[in-house]
Design a protein around this ligand. Structure first.
Ligand code: HT7
Ligand code: ZN
Length: 880
């Protein structure tokens, strides 16, 4: 297949102003009548054929202005409807298609899940419902009539406001009609029909509009949706105060379903969610689950303005809505919780998900210029790096110009399908600044490396920083132009804290830059000389992670200890601990590979001790005590990676921390016990997180009291946070108790799919040689199913992404297992299969034996007949 290219973009030759849908829901023969009001686009080319997209469709009847067209004449196939010479005036095309939602295992288009029919149309699912110009720059006003058996689907929902409903005389069926006054692309269309429970509330916007809110869930789960409802109301209020954005319909509904390819979907006025991001109770959801629910509810709600009111011109502009909306949901969560701790968590995610993508064969621009399968571009690069670019922009131009630029964007592009250039132009105008070079962040892939060296001259009292940027080649991009990199920095003089920054223009920095503590690196290298520096400072670089780059600087151990203890920027206090840990772990990995013992460094443990004993913020302390993950260490090593050596090194360091800090950890565990009723708020969650990190380290350190506490916590936990943390701690080592605990966990939670997902995932991630056998056995468990994406991700996905040693077993068994699973799943659900296959993305950085095994597993996938375009795209790019 030929890739779709950005440079080939052309405005559509036809527009569809109005869509009237009539959907008669039936389990295996749903009838869809689409009445499309089509006209030539005055901005398009005249006299061109009309080609509507379809995907696996069966047309039953097609009329043009009421006149039947001959289906046998060949103008319609399952994937296309072509009118070679359509009228050169407005006309009505009415199309009747018949669908089998029960047979739809791809979960795109109309499908069945639990006790409901639901749709997923982004990116190209609408063409599985009816023939259409399935592209985001065709905006239409929709009216949707849904009809179903009352008993099967008492709830009938679609976009917009409900304008009619009733029984159908003489039948057991009923109908509802929904009208959405806002023109939208078809990817935002949705309908749901089902037998669902619901909760209802109301939000009054600041201009006084009353909005009826509903959340629909499986019967019996209504009480589990109250936190999501609370998060929704907070999101609606926050968007008014933070961005001046009000909701615009009379109704906002959310439906939670158990079978869903992704997290959630922002359909206009009818968001559809994966159960995982709606349902929560203290006994079934962890604090992290609550935080995710809050973030995803906010994210989808925020799309109403960034995505729906202003949509994307084409799918190359995906980051226009996704990066911006992730940026907005990060801001929301930071305001709801601790900004510093939130930043740490976001950066951990970026490094764990996006950095490996950017460093491997699947690297792509935040705005790609070609794609084979758009579904494969819902990536950490588009979402997370896309959000980082906007954050950088805000750092560069300042809060005021940023806010003005956002207002301009909403004002100027409301109701349109926009581009990244449109977006950036608003900030160029508000900040009165040329952002051409800054835009390279959208058009060049890979994570830049910023190397820094420093010289202190005590006689001259100068501190000279030399910064340089470089970027490795990425697929299709052998060389790169320099980026605009905002470097937020401080100079820390031990316990005296930040020095005042002084430098003259002739020294390379302006007073404005230094006042804000933000230096712009726009050239390959830049020197800045700081004056009046009384002592040799420890540089605190990229405060708050001011740019998505890797940083290289040779901090001394005493610099790192100073920064952990005294940096005024808490992100960099955490970062200094991570840098110290990484350095130690890299040394250990080398030692282990050479047959020696892992390195040990009392200064590092002491730095952690100081934080544990003195920090007033348990959530922050928990982050400091959490080492970089095995995959993070692998990425730092970069080539010839041996995952077993990494595992041994990391395990040894955790054991040393648990052992050496057992007293402060036990004290923290005792001090932070939950008292009073459960609260999901950030403060209470922070206390639980430190307590559980402490427990885990104590068990790693084989402190007998820690093991006893873990067993006791597992037996008596009243929250899922504490229960799963205790089970995780107990699962570190093989024992009969572990197996009993796993069995009892299953028995206690067998009725709750989301909790059983945790049970599968925890076992999939046990870093022991028996893990693959266990995972294989679990694929035969009655609760396992390839048809449910959450289950696939919890077992096979967790094994591939979360069990570095066993997935990367040198005999290739882990790769073979995942490759087989991908091939089997590909026949049912190509989108989920392709995502699973992306677990191979770092294969080239492995040592040669594993690299060879991974390559042959990939080649076997590549050579298999009948691959979906989704899997073919990933496997070919992985091997390229
Ligand atoms: N905009 C949504 C993307 C999405 C999706 C894409 C492809 C296939 C299924 C999907 N479900 C949801 C999610 C979001 O970013 O808000
Ligand atoms: Zn989104």
């Amino acid at each position: 297949a030929e890739p779709v290219r950005l440079k080939d973009y052309r405005v559509p030759d036809h527009l569809i102003d109005k869509v009237d849908l009539d959907v008669k829901l039936r389990a295996t023969a749903t009838q869809v009548t689409a009445r499309l009001s089509i006209k030539p686009n005055p901005k398009g080319r005249p006299d061109t054929p009309l080609v509507l997209d379809g995907d696996g469709l069966a047309a039953r009847r097609i009329t043009l202005d009421g006149v039947d067209l001959d289906l046998a004449s060949g103008f319609v196939t399952p994937s296309q409807l072509t009118l070679t010479s359509p009228p050169q005036r407005p006309f009505i095309l009415e199309i009747e298609t018949e669908l089998d939602p029960t047979a739809n295992t791809r979960l795109m288009g109309l499908y069945r899940t639990g006790h409901a029919y639901c749709t997923q149309c982004e990116a190209e699912g609408f063409r599985r419902i009816t023939y259409f110009l399935d592209r985001p720059d065709v905006l239409s006003v929709y009216t949707t009539r849904i009809e179903a058996e009352v008993s099967e689907a008492p709830a009938l929902l679609s976009n917009g406001n409900k304008i009619a409903e009733g029984k159908i005389d003489g039948t057991s069926r009923h109908f509802a009609v929904w009208s959405d006054p806002f023109p939208k692309p078809c990817y935002l269309f949705a309908l749901v029909g089902g037998d669902l429970g619901s909760i209802h509330d109301e939000f009054v916007t600041r201009s006084g509009r009353r909005v009826a809110l509903g959340i629909y869930v499986e019967h019996g789960k209504e009480a589990f949706a109250t936190y999501a409802m609370d998060a929704l109301k907070r999101s609606m209020a926050w968007d008014e105060t933070a961005f001046g954005r009000e909701y615009d319909l009379d109704v906002f509904n959310i439906v939670a379903v158990s079978d869903f390819n992704m997290g959630a979907m922002e359909n206009k006025g009818l968001n559809v969610f994966n159960d995982k991001y709606v349902l929560a109770s203290p006994a079934t959801a962890t604090d992290a689950d609550y935080a995710h629910i809050e973030a995803v509810i906010a994210h989808e709600y925020f799309h109403n303005w960034t995505g729906n009111r202003i949509t994307c011109r084409d799918w190359f502009q995906l980051c226009l809505k996704e990066g911006l909306t992730v940026f907005r949901d990060h801001e929301f969560s930071s305001d709801m919780r601790s900004r510093a701790v939130h930043r740490i968590a976001d950066v951990r995610t970026l490094r764990a998900q996006q950095f490996p993508e950017d460093a491997g064969p699947l690297a792509h621009n935040v705005r790609p210029d070609a794609y084979l399968e758009i579904n494969n571009f819902y990536t950490a690069t588009i979402y997370e790096k896309g959000a980082e670019i906007i954050r950088m922009l805000k750092v560069l131009i300042g809060d005021e110009a940023f806010a003005k630029g956002m207002d301009l964007y909403f004002e100027r592009f409301d109701g349109t399908a926009a581009t990244i250039e449109d977006f950036i132009s608003c900030f160029a105008e508000s900040a009165q600044r040329d952002l051409t070079q800054f835009s390279r962040w959208y058009n060049q892939s890979g994570t830049p490396l910023v190397s820094v060296t420093a010289v202190y001259d005590p006689a001259a009292r100068t501190f000279t920083l030399d910064l340089s940027q470089s970027s490795k080649p990425t697929p299709g991009q052998p060389t790169k132009e320099p980026f605009v990199i905002p470097v937020e920095l401080g100079l820390v003089a031990g316990e005296h804290g930040d020095l005042k920054l002084r430098a003259g223009e002739e020294d390379g920095a302006s007073g404005v830059e230094l006042g804000r503590g933000i230096i712009e690196l726009t050239t390959p290298r830049r020197r800045i000389v700081f004056r009046d520096v009384p002592v040799r400072p420890s540089p605190s670089l990229f405060r708050g992670f001011s740019a998505p780059v890797r940083v290289e600087y040779d901090w001394s151990e005493s610099d790192l200890v100073t920064l952990v203890a005294h940096d005024s920027d808490s992100f960099n206090r955490w970062q200094a601990a991570q840098t110290f840990a990484t350095r130690l772990l890299l040394r250990s990995v080398e030692a282990v590979r050479a047959g020696g013992a892992p390195a040990y460094e009392p200064n590092f443990i002491d730095a952690l001790r100081i934080v544990t004993e003195t920090s007033a913020d348990p959530a922050f302390t928990a982050q400091v005590l959490t080492l970089p993950g095995e995959a993070d260490i692998a990425r730092e090593i970069g080539q010839d990676v041996d995952p077993d050596a990494i595992h041994v090194a990391r395990k040894a360091l955790r054991a040393a921390i648990g052992h050496d800090l057992s007293q402060p950890l036990l004290a923290a565990y005792a001090r932070l016990e939950d008292k009073g009723p459960y609260s999901p708020d950030a403060a209470a969650a922070g206390r639980r997180s430190l307590r559980n990190v402490a427990l885990d380290l104590l068990v790693s350190g084989e402190i007998p009291e820690g093991v006893r506490l873990a067993a006791a916590q597992f037996a008596s936990a009243s929250t899922m946070t504490d229960e799963i943390a205790a089970l995780g701690a107990l699962s570190q080592a093989a024992s009969a108790e572990r197996e009993t605990a796993l069995e009892s966990f299953y028995q206690n939670h067998a009725g709750d799919a989301l909790v059983i997902d945790k049970w599968f995932a925890l076992q999939a991630m046990i870093a022991e040689p028996g893990a693959l056998a266990r995972v294989k056995k679990l694929t035969a468990h009655p609760a396992f199913s390839l048809a449910n994406p959450n289950r696939v991700r919890s077992l096979i996905g967790a094994f591939a992404a979360g069990n570095q040693t066993q997935f990367n077993a040198p005999d290739g068994s882990g790769y073979d297992f995942v490759a087989d699973a991908v091939l089997e799943l590909d026949r049912k659900n190509p989108q989920v299969a392709a995502r699973l296959l992306a677990a191979f993305r770092s294969w080239r950085s492995l040592e040669s034996v594993r690299r060879g095994q991974a390559e042959s597993a990939l080649r076997r996938v590549a050579g298999s007949p009948g691959l979906s375009p989704d899997v073919r795209d990933i496997v070919e790019r992985s091997l390229a």
